[in-house]
Design a binder for this molecule. Structure first.
Ligand SMILES: C[S@@+](CC[C@H](N)C(=O)[O-])C[C@H]1O[C@@H](n2cnc3c(N)ncnc32)[C@H](O)[C@@H]1O
Ligand SMILES: *[C@@H]1O[C@H](CO)[C@@H](O)[C@H](O)[C@H]1NC(C)=O
Length: 407
């Protein structure tokens, strides 16, 4: 036997044992899918968890700095591969300095990302072994940094005002004295600003959000352990988008958050779950007596902002809204119809079709040109996590409507 054949034999033998175990296992154990077997042979992979799960979000915040620095390193490699003459020009316009500023921005954002992960670890007693994450997860963390601007910065006030105003005007029609007995549900609540504003009006508000990329950041902003004063946290949320920037000052500008200090309370609760799994709220004795309007189980209002089109099955979503409202309850919607791509959605409806469906399910939609101008449908030109200084703008012509569950 020559020396080189020995390792090959060893390897073959080593492979034989797991294979035997698998074959014997398939013979005597309850059936398990071949994909499990494949995974066994390709090496164990720690729980391929839900894309928006707690572990995945936690790990992604924890690794934000590491993954972002890899991105910065790739950009640096790209740059240094140009010739001497171009590098000389690049130096003259200060490009190497810009790449350094990018790394500094990552460091600044890492402070916040790490603090978000630390709070999650504390509140959920997480183990400190993060799971695998990739560029998709990094993208979600960067996205939630932009939601800091949309929901909780002074810079985002303009974006918020356009979309919150029509919604809050409907809720403000309710006399102040009746609000404390009314329940409002906000599905797909993101970083929670709209839900918080509604609770500030005096309603009992529930924010529902199933992405922990959102809720961990929300917890960070709402917790007295991590946020004690306005504009305490400083991030550079636009640093990851070099495109469409007029200047590096714009690209690397710092945004402070939160512009007001929010807290959870008896009036504002966060449900970290799938909206489609919710049941009717149970009414406690105090609230059932003080308002004739909110009798029976169900929410008085459901408010959807940039939400209904994110669902895989629009039929289930609207049916669920209907089911969760009390008879006479009101659904307020504002948003576009940007269906999830690549045939993920069961159906991709036009606005006409959505409005038809809403009526088929049993809602009556407040008409235009009626007496109630506040509840009339309207098209709202608005933005979503925009960069106000950028050289491009993405404008939605979102639709606003108010629909009542027939009593
Ligand atoms: C386009 S975002 C809008 C967020 C927020 N309303 C805003 O306007 O900034 C939609 C949000 O809905 C959440 N979402 C989608 N389907 C959900 C479901 N079935 N249950 C809970 N949250 C859901 C997503 O995680 C995402 O944060
Ligand atoms: C990242 O991982 C998830 C889950 O493992 C996978 O679905 C996704 O396609 C991956 N994305 C990239 C860019 O590799």
């Amino acid at each position: 036997m020559t020396e080189s054949t020995v390792p090959i034999l060893d390897i073959l033998l080593a492979l034989l044992f797991p294979l035997l175990i698998v074959l014997v296992g398939r013979r005597f154990l309850p059936p398990f899918p071949w994909s499990d077997v494949r995974q066994l042979l390709t090496g164990f992979r720690i729980s391929t968890s839900h894309p928006f799960s707690l572990t995945r979000a936690y790990s992604s915040y924890l690794k934000y700095g590491l993954l972002s620095k890899q991105e910065a390193a790739a950009m640096e490699r790209s740059y240094v591969s140009i010739g001497r003459a171009h590098k000389h020009l690049g130096f003259k316009i200060g490009y190497p300095r810009k790449l350094n500023r990018f790394k500094e921005a990552i460091d600044r954002n890492t402070a916040t990302a790490t603090a978000i992960a630390a709070l999650a670890a504390q509140e959920f007693s997480l183990e400190d072994t993060p799971c695998e994450t990739n560029q998709t997860d990094l993208g979600r963390v960067r996205e939630s940094l932009k939601h800091f601007v949309r929901d909780w910065s002074e810079e985002g006030a303009r974006e918020r005002d356009k979309i919150f105003r029509p919604i809050l005007r409907v809720l403000e029609q309710v006399p102040v004295s009746e609000r404390a007995g009314m329940r409002v549900l906000v599905p797909g609540s993101g970083l929670g600003r709209l839900a918080w504003e509604i609770s500030q009006l005096g309603f009992i508000t529930k924010a529902v959000e199933f992405s922990y990329f959102m809720t961990l950041a929300m917890r960070f902003l709402f917790s007295p352990d991590t946020t004690t004063k306005a504009n305490q946290h400083h991030i550079q949320p636009f640093a990851h988008w070099f495109s469409h920037q007029r200047s590096n000052e714009a690209l690397f500008r710092t945004v402070a958050a939160p512009d007001v200090v929010p807290r959870f309370s008896s009036r504002l609760e966060l449900i970290e779950d799938d909206f489609l799994k919710l049941r009717h709220p149970t009414r406690d004795a105090t609230s059932s007596t003080d308002s004739s309007a909110s009798s029976g189980p169900g929410y008085d209002f459901i408010v959807t902002l940039f939400f209904v089109d994110t669902s895989i099955n629009i039929f289930s979503t609207i049916e669920k809204i209907y089911y969760l409202l009390r008879p006479g309850g009101v659904w307020i919607n504002l948003g576009p119809l940007l269906w999830p791509g690549s045939a993920q959605a069961k159906a991709e409806l036009s606005l006409d079709e959505v409005m038809h469906l809403v009526q088929e399910i049993g809602f009556s939609v407040c008409p235009s040109g009626g007496t109630d101008e506040v509840r009339a449908p309207q098209t709202v030109e608005c933005e979503y996590t925009s960069d106000k200084n950028a050289m491009m703008r993405w404008i939605y012509r979102a639709e606003f409507w108010v629909a009542t569950k027939e009593p």
